[in-house]
Design a protein around this ligand. Structure first.
Ligand SMILES: C[S@@+](CC[C@H](N)C(=O)[O-])C[C@H]1O[C@@H](n2cnc3c(N)ncnc32)[C@H](O)[C@@H]1O
Length: 254
């Protein structure tokens, strides 16, 4: 998939806030190494560097574009290009962190216990993923995908349940963890600008759809989707667009 870091970072504050809130819940004073899985352009790695300035950082992502943006930051990190589905630490580490990445990857039931096993004793696995797949933004994406000549190329992109229920993660991880804290937050995001929700999803959920379509068909698909979104998410009198967004947080200690 081809990501565009500048489109992604158009909503840097809203996208990075959950990383700040997740890092705040990792109760380790001075970890030696901190791994950021799905580091993107380095915005979440920067949060970790602020929280633990003396740590060594490893940022992992499979997008060349995102890693190129991460390398341009002033962060002193080792940037690795790898697939999170099968990434393995070279040594036991104290912190494995991931903000807004594993919703792209199936097989959490195998992957998350394996990540826990890569931690030092008392090490912490900290994960955040969106859980907004039944929100109008996603429902309308599926509807638009199914309702046009592009359907054969895009309906297959729908993944029915990318992120599980909180209780399912509890069942998956509780026997592997000495402590486990799982919670959800719904942010009432008040976004600035025209077509704000369309711009938001352009940086994330729309990426595979853009990649699967070409030229005029892509434009027609995007216009049809933008139209639906503008009806579902009208602009407020103050110019903001409200975009409620639910996220799950998991902090598991080995
Ligand atoms: C929504 S961005 C999150 C970026 C950053 N962590 C943040 O907090 O904003 C998701 C990142 O996951 C990466 N990603 C998605 N699937 C991946 C995979 N299978 N392996 C490695 N990285 C992946 C994408 O390239 C992208 O940079």
């Amino acid at each position: 998939m081809s990501w565009d870091p500048s489109i992604y970072l158009a909503f840097d504050n809203e996208r990075t806030r959950p990383a700040i809130e997740l890092a705040a819940r990792v109760a380790l004073q001075a970890p030696r190494v901190v791994v950021d899985l799905g580091c993107g352009p380095g915005n979440s790695t920067a949060v970790l560097a602020q929280r633990w300035p003396a740590a060594r950082f490893v940022g992992v992502d499979n997008s060349a574009e995102m890693l190129a943006a991460a390398r341009k930051t002033a962060l002193n990190a080792e940037w690795q290009q790898a697939d999170l589905a099968n990434w393995a630490a070279r040594e036991l580490v104290p912190v494995i962190f991931s903000n807004a990445a594993y919703q792209w990857i199936d097989g959490h039931g195998a992957i998350f216990p394996r990540l826990l096993s890569m931690l030092e004793p008392k090490g912490v696995l900290a994960l955040q993923m969106p859980r907004n797949f039944e929100a109008p933004s996603h429902v309308l994406l599926r509807e638009t995908a199914a309702a046009g000549p592009w359907a054969p190329r895009v309906t297959r992109l729908h993944r029915p349940k990318p992120v599980l229920e909180p209780a399912e993660y509890y069942a998956m991880l509780s026997s592997h963890a000495s402590s486990l804290d799982i919670w959800e937050t719904e942010y009432l995001q008040a976004l600035d600008g025209e077509d704000a929700v369309f711009k938001w999803v352009s940086g994330t959920a729309l990426v595979p759809y853009r990649n699967a379509l070409e030229d005029t068909e892509r434009d027609a698909f995007l216009n049809a989707y933008r139209e639906r979104l503008s009806r579902a998410y009208p602009r407020q009198a103050n110019g903001k667009t409200l975009f409620p967004f639910k996220r799950i947080f998991i902090v598991a200690r080995r």
